[in-house]
Design a protein around this ligand. Sequence first.
Ligand SMILES: Nc1ncnc2c1ncn2[C@@H]1O[C@H](COP(=O)(O)OP(=O)(O)OP(=O)(O)O)[C@@H](O)[C@H]1O
Ligand SMILES: [Mg+2]
Length: 331
Amino acid sequence: MIDEKIQGALDSILVPGADRSIVQLNLVKSVEQNDGMVRVVLGNAALSAEVQKYVSESARVAVAAVTGGDAKVDFVAAKPEVVNEIAHTVAVMSGKGGVGKSLVTGLLAAELKRRGYSVGILDADLTGSSIPKMFGVDGRPQGSDNGILPVMTASGMPIIAMNLLLESDDQPVIWRGPLIDKAIRQFGKEVLWGKLDYLLIDLPPGTADAVLTVMQAFPIDGAVIVFTPQDLVEMIVRKAFNMAKMMDKKVLGVVENMSYVYVPELDKKMEIFGPSRGEEMAKIAGAPLLGQIAIDPQIATLCDAGNIDGYESQVVTDLGENLLSALGVSV
Ligand SMILES: Nc1ncnc2c1ncn2[C@@H]1O[C@H](COP(=O)(O)OP(=O)(O)OP(=O)(O)O)[C@@H](O)[C@H]1O
Ligand SMILES: [Mg+2]
């Protein structure tokens, strides 16, 4: 057990470029206290030499201030994949593009964060990242030879996406399969998330190689399947379900997006893409219907404004609650 005062002092040291503390990043390896001397050992994952120097000096001063004695802070080599401690990893998928996977990922992440959990998002749609834009993030990730630090959203959520690493946002990513595979595996090994309650992975559309790689490379608890009430929905959900099953991954639930439009003047829900098939799809996937999201102009506006976490509704609250239940977390 680390002394509470020392723990507090270490938790006050924010890592530049990560905006999270060395405790939140799970970098504290050991703390020893002997004859008025405190010796702290930190992992160096993703921290440049300059950042390590800053962190060790600020940690030394902060610890010495609370103990009134001397302190020494050293770094040892540590890889992000060893440092990361992620309680639950959830992939959001669909057998089809443009149905709202990124939106559902963003809404779920924001809702879990509002509930007090630490949440991160990995945008695994390497050629069409949309998570950074939804959260209004365009900073460049910092890091070292050893790893990458995710970029923080305004509300304090770490996210990583391929387009953040590219020179410019509108640069198209035209990669062949093996390179995409390599990039995804590198994300799995080299991104420093530290301690997270939930890591949500926004998958690219379809059931292609990239989806397979994510399912192999990450310890996924399960997948959330997103669909819209359109033609062929049954085939699309089946495809996603079979993919998850093939990879031995559990389907945690299904989400119907663009279920209906609510017309306030008539106080009526209009099912413009056809009647809802939410319950039917839940049956096919053998998993609960986590929610039905309306077509809402406010969603599109907030996505465009980079403020998706500003969208709150009963549906989103329930979405979060239902996902937690599907994960076996008591709410
Ligand atoms: N329920 C909704 N109401 C209003 N707009 C929506 C809704 N769902 C999605 N959109 C809009 O549709 C667009 C596509 O959604 P999104 O990017 O989440 O789909 P996707 O499945 O991730 O797409 P891709 O397959 O390209 O990754 C977004 O720009 C979003 O603003
Ligand atoms: Mg997407």
